[in-house]
Design a protein. Sequence first.
Length: 464
Amino acid sequence: MACVAGSFAEVVNLLGDLAKAVCGQRGKIKAQREGGNEICEDHEDGHATAKPGAPPTALELQEPNDGSTDADDASEEHSAATTPVVVSPASAAAKAASMDSSCPILACPWHDALAFFLNSNELGKVSYSCRALREELTVETPEDAGSAGRPDRLLLVPALELRIENAEAELRRVSLEHIRILRVWQRMSFNAVADAVRQSHGRGLRYLDKFVCKGCRIHPDDVNSMLVPILANTTNRLKLLNLERNQMPCSTVQAICQSGILAKVDTLNLRFNQIGDAGAEAIALCPAAKKLKWVNLKMNQVRDAGALALAKMLQDPSCCMTLLNLRRQTPGLTDRAATGMAEMLRCNSSLEQLRLRRNRISDKGAVVLAEATSERMQRLCKEIPPWEDVRMELDLEENRIGDLGAVALLRTACTAPARASLEILLHSNQATRDSLHVAAVATSEPLDASNTRIMFDNKPESEL
């Protein structure tokens, strides 16, 4: 019976079911011992059986040490060869639980689902609970992986987080090949990952989906010497390449664009760095960047020239980008950048979210964006089949837009086709909902200032 846990609480409940099954199995064995049964080994199927009428014998309740990390391996092998292996109550209960719908813990897709809710230490503890879970959550260490400090079996951890204090130890005990999400904090952890992947004989991070590296200053030379080798074995397209908060200058972004890494990336997050116009222009001129779905350049130093280069890239019909985040640039984008974005919207068909929050756009920029957005909504509703979504989110919060620009945006909201999903965010501008009501009445146009497509309440970034 397949089961997917929707929360950590469900995982705990399922583990509780397994514990109850274990207790029930122990009770059965205790009853057999009190009845004078002898526990012996059935070598054909590997399970313990009872011989009626025999005197009670002590039962070893521990799992056979088939994947121990103790130093005395020779002694363990001798013990396993001379001592009959008795399956513990945990193993017997776990096997029975997998066939019983009342305790589906072992039928759950651990590596593809439940394991994402647990960290490596928690998964390690679960793997020690019984042989069945150990086989489910670990794999044999490859023969060419080296034996120094590595266990016989490696832990399957789909989501791994590495910090300075635990990076080397974690990389020794987990299977690099099966990591799906890797989060790396600070330089020493970044170096440790690069070294581990080099020693993995082409297997490291083969199935990686998301790579996050924060708090590590990445220089241009690091791109080809470390970042490219780390991602070289990845066979999937990366859903996310997150390099935020790494003090990256434009030269590092240029090296990334030249390295070919972006050809296997869907989402590129470069926020909170030191990227200026040269970095934005490098992205705009990179052929692989046209296949990116999301580009986040929030809180950098991109000015109008860099924004215009990105707008020009988005005019290319082959560009697939659906989200561009240029929020809070220093010193701030102006109406010149807004005009370039408006020209882009008139011909672009892929972009669904344009975030220009916390810049210096005034009424002039708001008016041209409103006109272009109106034309875009009308065009897309004609070009796109009715069963497909037509969506646009224009984030202009915390700019310098007054009533003139707000009325132009309201006109766009009121005239957009009903099937279009349109959100225009105007929180913390000079215009307010009340002032927009007054300005709308003064136009003598049938404009409803309470239109819900215009939002004056702050929309948290988590909801964008």
